[in-house]
Ligand binder design. Sequence first.
Ligand SMILES: [Zn+2]
Length: 91
Amino acid sequence: MDHLDGNVLAGPTTDLFAFEPTTAQGQCRSCADIAALGQAMVYGQPMGFVARCRNCDNVLLVVVEHAGQKSLNMRGLRWLRVADPVEHNRI
Ligand SMILES: [Zn+2]
C-alpha cells in the first residue's frame, strides 16, 4: 500500500492541536470516567504539571517544560475529544 508523507497531517491536525484544553473531553484509561480536562485535579511541579483523574487519581497527562520546550504525555487518557472549531464557533 502506498503511503503519504507525514506532512499531509498538517491540514487535519492543525485544528486538533489548537483546541481549548479545558473543554476537551477525555476518557481515563484506568476507570473509564469521561470528563472535561477542566475537571481534572492538577498539581504543579517545578518543571510542569500533572493532571489526575477526578474519579480514581490516575495520571491523565503530564506537561513538562524544560530548556524552552514543552513535552506532553497523555498515556493516562484512552482518548481525547476536541470540538470542531468551525462547529464550535457557530454556537
Ligand atoms: Zn480514572
